[in-house]
Write a protein that binds this ligand. Structure first.
Ligand SMILES: [Zn+2]
Length: 411
């Protein structure tokens, strides 16, 4: 094992100075944004967290090509976890159906009547869905927004802590699920090892995270945002999984290849797994071109615009283009966001639920919840909005027929 603690102190701000896959310290710059919001919106009052800023310094390891944010400050992890949970609230039937399908998939491969842990399971919707068919379900989630009493009646025990929570004692599990977590963690091998150590023999784990290959193929610059430390290609994550003592049963595409799920069983630890090697020819130039196209298109929108979707992609956009547009309102369907504020460098934007009044006076709408841009595009038109509607989706689906055109497409 070559990758040890990646944290290096440089004055008051920590950075990540070595590759977690191969241990190399040399890297090549891919994409940089000097000042980005660290949260998708101002943390709710009461959490005592600042709407702070960090930097994106996305690099590719010179040794193995692994992509990560060298500018990530590992000392901020606790603050980020305390506030991020709000952003994965399901707000549509299709999102809830998606979670039910995920529960079906995992439980179909699990032992009968299992003991389940959902690590970093956010608002707990997947945990509650699995609780109907499990002996016990434990949601381990450090967010300070959640309340245990909201879960007890749904068959889920909440542990408000990082994994493994002290309140779990020595408990072992037949199923451990962790979705959209490992990419946030500076030291992934320690995290994966802790999951492995709590897995019963004969048990399964399911780890889901974004695909770096998706970003490479689509050159989606808004997929680079502060809460994500690592951008895993499939072979890189498989290397870490093998080192942590997992065997891959199956790998599935999630959200049309945006994310990837790894179904795993316990195997003998294999410390000798060599780092894969792959490099991204032309990626830095392709990303820079996208930044320029987005700036041009935003700058051409004359008047006040709305962003639709208070999430990591709007967070990325406000860091990229603080001065390229006049941002009037952030629209979002999540009821608990009403009255909150999104932010960027020198920018505060009120979050409102969409309504006819909310669209009044707007020159354009940019859909930042791009994984749902087709449905949102129709919804915006149903509210009677007649101006331009764009999406931050960079992939091939943006543009055809009545799909909103991409902010990053050539005009
Ligand atoms: Zn490397």
């Amino acid at each position: 094992m070559t990758a040890m603690n990646p944290r290096v102190e440089t004055g008051s701000v920590s950075r990540i100075e070595s590759c977690v896959i191969c241990g190399g310290t040399a890297s090549e710059p891919l994409f940089a944004v000097p000042r980005v919001p660290i949260h998708p919106f101002c943390p709710p009052a009461g959490l005592g967290l600042e709407p702070g800023f960090g930097s994106l310094d996305i690099v590719a390891c010179s040794g193995c090509g692994h992509i990560y944010n060298a500018g990530f400050d590992p000392d901020r992890v606790d603050d980020l976890y305390a506030a991020t949970v709000l952003t994965n609230t399901p707000v549509s039937d299709s999102m809830i159906r998606g979670l039910e399908a995920t529960a079906d998939y995992i439980l179909a491969h699990a032992p009968e009547n299992p003991a389940v842990a959902d690590v970093g399971g956010g608002t707990g919707v997947l945990a509650m869905t699995m609780a109907r068919r499990a002996r016990e379900v434990h949601l381990v989630e450090p967010s300070r927004v959640l309340r245990p009493e909201d879960f007890a009646s749904r068959g889920v025990t909440l542990h408000q802590s990082m994994f493994p929570a002290p309140s779990l004692g020595e408990r072992m599990f037949d199923v451990i699920v962790s979705r959209q977590v490992v990419e946030h963690i500076p030291d992934p091998l320690g995290f994966l090892g802790s999951i492995r150590s709590r897995l019963e023999s004969g048990g399964i784990a399911y780890i889901e995270c974004p695909s770096a290959e998706y970003i490479e193929a689509t050159r989606s610059i808004v997929d680079f945002h502060y809460p994500h430390v690592h951008y895993y290609r499939r072979p890189a994550l498989e290397t870490l999984l093998a080192r942590a003592g997992f065997r891959v049963i199956e790998v599935i595409d999630v959200k049309d290849g945006h994310d990837r799920g790894f179904l795993l069983s316990a195997a003998a630890e294999s410390l000798g797994t060599p780092a894969p090697s792959r490099h991204s020819t032309g990626l830095a130039a392709g990303l820079a071109e996208r930044v320029g196209l987005g700036r041009q298109r935003l700058g051409a929108l004359d008047g006040t615009i709305a962003l639709y979707g208070a999430n990591a992609y709007s967070q990325a956009l406000l860091g990229l283009y603080p001065e390229s547009a006049r941002y009037g309102v952030m629209l979002d369907d999540t009821p608990m966001y009403e009255g909150q504020c999104a932010y960027g460098p020198g920018i505060y934007i009120p979050i409102r639920r969409p309504s006819r009044e909310a669209f009044a006076g707007l020159a354009a709408v940019v859909i930042t919840s791009y994984l749902h841009d087709g449905a949102i595009g129709h919804k915006v038109r149903d509210f009677g909005f007649k101006g331009p509607v764009l999406t931050v989706r960079a992939g091939a689906r943006a543009g055809p027929e009545d799909w909103p055109p991409s902010l990053f497409a050539c005009a």
